[in-house]
Structure formats: structure tokens, C-alpha cells
Design a protein around this ligand. Structure first.
Ligand code: MN
Length: 172
């Protein structure tokens, strides 16, 4: 067991389609899911999360423009970051069994969450009922900016020589 809490990051990614890459540190990599609609604070709203390939830990800090011809080409924002506490003793084992309950300590997202596999690479990301839950606040709308630079997607694209118009379609 590590002494420091593992980290999490959510990268908002305006690629061929807008999505939020939800990443949890485990076993020296970032386990990753692409969440098309982003996280919901409403426990009744289950968000589709497609399991995607692991990313290196160093990628957690990346914000900027991926060139058009490359995989994932588009604009990437560090939408939230922090640490998480698994509510189970073995994250790897729980992910293999298809259900991981955990608590987030981010700048935007807090409290209890759970990832549940439905079939194949399809998972659901669900907020658990607690003080950080909300039936009314859409956090993707109320908190659209980068937690590391305060920029919107359009600003990140502009600074990185990317497609500003396309990036702006991902901003509220
Ligand atoms: Mn992505």
C-alpha cells in the first residue's frame, strides 16, 4: 500500500467528439475511461464511461493541443484533479470484478462515486448520495474552466495554435 493517496484527473477533450477522460492512478498507470457527457452530481444520472487504454502517470498534467493528424487530435483541458480514496482494499481486483467504489478529493468533484461495469468496455460512472451530490447543479456547465490555468477550451486552443472554433464548441 502506498503512503500517499493515489491521484485522479479528468481531462476534458475536444477531439472528434467532446468527452471527459476520467483517470485513476493504479499500479503505476492511469486507468482511463472516456465519459461522453462528463460527470453528473445527481445520483440518479448514470453516465456512460467507456474503458480506454491505460495512460502513463505523467500524462495527468497534460493540457494543450494534440496535432490534428495524431490519435486524439484536438484540445485537452485539465478539468479537475486531486486524489482519491478507494473504499475497497484492492483497486485492481475491484476493477477486474467490475465495481469500484471510491471517494474523490478534487477541486470540483468530491465525495462518494462508483464505477460499475455493465458489459464489455462499458461502465457507468455514478455519484453516490452524500453532501456533495446535487440534483440541480450541472457541474460541467457551472465549472467549465481548467483547474490549472483557468482557461476555457478555446483559450487553450488559441495558446497552443489549435483549432479555436472547434475547441469553442466544447465550451458552455
Ligand atoms: Mn480522450
Amino acid at each position: 500500500m502506498s503512503v500517499v493517496s493515489p491521484r485522479f484527473v479528468i481531462q476534458k477533450h475536444r477531439a472528434s467528439a467532446l468527452h471527459y477522460d476520467f483517470r485513476l492512478e493504479d499500479e503505476g498507470v492511469l486507468k482511463s475511461w472516456a465519459v461522453p457527457k462528463g460527470p453528473s452530481l445527481d445520483p440518479a444520472t448514470k453516465r456512460l464511461a467507456m474503458a480506454v487504454e491505460d495512460h502513463p502517470i505523467e500524462y495527468a498534467g497534460f493540457e494543450g493541443v494534440i496535432p490534428g493528424g495524431e490519435y486524439g487530435g484536438g484540445t485537452v483541458m485539465v478539468w479537475d484533479q486531486g486524489t482519491y480514496e478507494p473504499d475497497v482494499p484492492d483497486v485492481t481486483k475491484s476493477l477486474r470484478s467490475g465495481e469500484l467504489p471510491f471517494h474523490l478529493r478534487g477541486k470540483k468533484l468530491r465525495g462518494g462515486w462508483v464505477l460499475v461495469r455493465t458489459r464489455g468496455r462499458q461502465w457507468l460512472l455514478i455519484k453516490r448520495k452524500d453532501a456533495a451530490a446535487s440534483k440541480t447543479v450541472d457541474v460541467t456547465v457551472t465549472k467549465p474552466r481548467s483547474v490549472v490555468s483557468r482557461r476555457l477550451l478555446a483559450g487553450i486552443a488559441r495558446d497552443g495554435g489549435g483549432d479555436v472554433k472547434k475547441a469553442a464548441t466544447g465550451d458552455p
